[in-house]
Design a protein around this ligand. Structure first.
Ligand code: ZN
Length: 369
């Protein structure tokens, strides 16, 4: 998704973006085992309830740095009402927050938050801030901002009906939809959302801005991405779409990765009426031909640095916004969808692209510019 501040690790892990995802659905019943201290990809420890028909989606990853067909498994519900909306990490964060005394006082976040966290928070930690030390160093300098969003983050559970509505909307549009649990965590103002084998992971602190939040203390990137809580269903819908994508072709090129992200915005908009990238659309629409000409000369390469996850390079003097690859991918996807008369088939095609160049051609997008 767009709300991902680039890090050295992200840049280094570029080839992993080309992971091909192939899924196999296996109906399965599992016992309840909440928050088991299981191994990361141990299916049997999933925190599912016994009441629901579960679907195990085996995700086989191919490509550089990815595992093979015997690799990690994703666990999701086939029933949109069965997926859990997990917010219990949030109050634990605030307990820890109140005990922090400095940028190097790591014990509160370690003992009161991370060590007691849900498996979703554990996955988020492993994927992003890695340790209490890193997270403390991220949170402390912005503690005034954090303080301003406390009440909004604590009201997250109240958004469940809107999130559930987006899940049900996908269920009506896509027969093979799967519904992972959603974990709301508080991180270091760097990642808005991502996925792990066990669910959608949402960085709640980026979507809880209050009217009196001191936005000016944030970086230019931070200022551009923090949102008020009403955007939350669109964030979840974007990540939910990533969970459905089963590509037969590599997303290693700029074109492939941009369509992956832009189509998550497009489908997210189908589900919720909004996208997480509304601000770049204004710029994109005003400069569409120029953006396309620039993009098209680079789209078959693997350098994403001018188009995706480049929020870190944005300064207050930049006129060209970061993440325009989302815009181009959205437009290609929207053009494809508009051309198809069978919209259910079109959505399925969008979620199961095997050849990104052929998809672009079929969309007819470039011919109009
Ligand atoms: Zn995304």
């Amino acid at each position: 998704m767009r709300v991902e501040r680039p890090t050295a690790a992200d840049v280094a892990s570029g080839p992993n973006l080309s992971c091909r995802t192939t899924s196999y659905k296996v109906p399965h019943q599992m016992p309840r085992n909440p928050y088991g201290a299981c191994a990361r990809e141990h299916v049997g420890c999933s925190p599912m309830t016994r009441h629901f028909s579960l679907t195990i989606v085996l995700v086989a990853l191919a490509g550089s740095g990815c595992s093979s067909l015997t690799g990690p498994r994703r666990i999701s519900n086939a029933d949109p009402d069965a997926a859990r909306i997990v917010t219990e990490d949030i109050p634990r964060f605030w307990t820890a927050f109140d005990r922090m005394t400095s940028a190097t006082d790591t014990m509160p976040l370690r003992a009161d938050y991370l060590d007691r966290g849900t498996i979703g928070l554990q996955d988020f930690t492993a994927a992003r801030w890695k340790s209490a030390k890193t997270l403390t160093a991220m949170v402390w300098p912005l503690r005034v901002y954090y303080g301003s969003i406390r009440q909004n983050t604590l009201s997250m559970q109240a958004r469940e009906p809107e999130i559930r509505r987006a899940f049900r909307a996908l269920d009506t549009l896509y027969a093979d939809a799967v519904f992972p649990d959603v974990y709301f965590a508080i991180g270091g103002m760097s990642t808005g959302g991502t996925t792990s084998q066990r669910g959608l992971l949402i960085g709640t602190e980026l979507f809880a801005r209050a009217t009196d939040s001191p936005v000016s203390i944030l970086s230019p990137w931070g200022q551009s991405v923090v949102r008020s809580i009403d955007i939350l269903p669109a964030i979840v819908a974007h990540e939910l779409t990533h969970y459905q994508q089963q590509y037969g072709g590599s997303t290693g090129t700029l074109l492939g990765q941009s369509i992956k992200e832009g189509s998550a915005d497009f489908v997210g908009e189908l589900l919720t009426g909004r996208t997480i990238n509304e601000s770049i659309r204004t710029y994109g629409d005003a400069h569409e031909s120029e953006v396309w000409r620039d993009f098209s000369t680079q789209m078959n390469g693997t350098d994403l640095s001018r188009w995706l996850y480049n929020g870190g390079s944005v300064t207050t003097s930049s006129t060209r916004p970061a993440d325009l690859g989302y815009y181009v991918g959205y437009k290609i996807t929207a053009a494809y969808y508009a051309k198809q008369t069978d919209k259910r088939r079109a959505l399925r095609d969008i979620l199961r692209i095997s050849d990104f160049k052929a998809f672009l051609l079929a969309s007819g997008y470039a011919s109009g510019l």
